[in-house]
Design a protein around this ligand. Sequence first.
Ligand SMILES: [Zn+2]
Length: 407
Amino acid sequence: MGIRADFTAATRRIIAERAGYQCSVLKCGLLTIGPGMRPRQTVRNGIAAHIYAASPNGPRGTGGLSDKERSEPENGIWCCAAHGTSIDSDDGRIFSAAQLKAWKRLHEARKAAEVNGGALNHVGLVDSISVNSAPAAALVGKTFNLGMRNIFSGPNASGKSVLTRLIASVSYPDHVAEMSRHRDVDMEVRWFDPITHDVTTKGRSGSVTHVLDGNPVPYVARPYKTILLHLRRGIQIDNIAALSQVFDLSASAMRSTLSLLPSESSLIKDVRIDGMRVDFTLDVDGRTWRYSEYGGLPSAYEGLIVTEIAGLHARHHARVEPTVLLLDEFLDNYVTSWQVEAIERLQGTAEHAQVAIVTHSPQLLIEASRDWSITMLEGGTANRRDSSLDYEVETRQHPEAASKETD
Ligand SMILES: [Zn+2]
């Protein structure tokens, strides 16, 4: 204990170069290297800031990472001097680890595209959602910051499913209309595309209003893309019409998506489409499974197939607009090893899309890799690795809500 996990000069250079020597903080992008006053002089004013702290008691804690892990390039975010300072000020409360990880990832994705002669101009993310009123008392008065890879957990009635619907409702306001029949809905969502947008959505007795960036609008014309899957809806995976409905795609777009699967998926080896029928051939642990031959596969396979389609669909969208894939208890019926396999596979397939998983499964919280930021909703308890204090419970009270009575 007590050893500082500082970056070496070589590590700092890797962090800086991966960022193109530009500040990674969303909307900043300040260049941190350039010519100085004299002909042979250069100026550098960037900082490699720690996502999890260099010292065990530092800002944002250790995240359960060892000293060695905290001194590696993955734990550093390149910033301008001003942002480097604010990241470490106020005990790191201004920016969460989930946010910093998301910004690093997005910034590096943009630089990777640019270095290859392209651009990811519309890449962005949903940054936060603040709930002032909703049919889930546990959410009221809280702000949730989202990273790229999120797991939400908590007991029954902690508002997990409501939260996913609120996130989805910027694209699908009918969720708010429906919820507001039970209780008024009042929430704000901030997202980047890469310009910052704030939308306030209010629902009352089934009617919904939006204020986007300060202006009332009938609906959000260009929201982020939401893909929402939930357990309660059984999915008939061998039918194009059913899949089209689940993914909110036309039948022809669904066919094209499915026909791309074998070239993009390590799980799905073949997809045959005959009219509205679909047949999948899977490669699982060296065994080949054909959906039609088994009259349906064990349901876990169906879950893996749908998760795979969802991941690739999300990846496709994330190249042109901010995209969030929400899986609401979708994997909870499967054994933990299947759940872990499905979500870790998503890390790659969903690429630059944000993923948020809602789960009841305590085991998933323990076995998911550290790339996942865990938010425990009110009343929930669980142990993750060595320190329960390392949860990224990114909730804070609104100043207004703290003084207000909520029921
Ligand atoms: Zn900056």
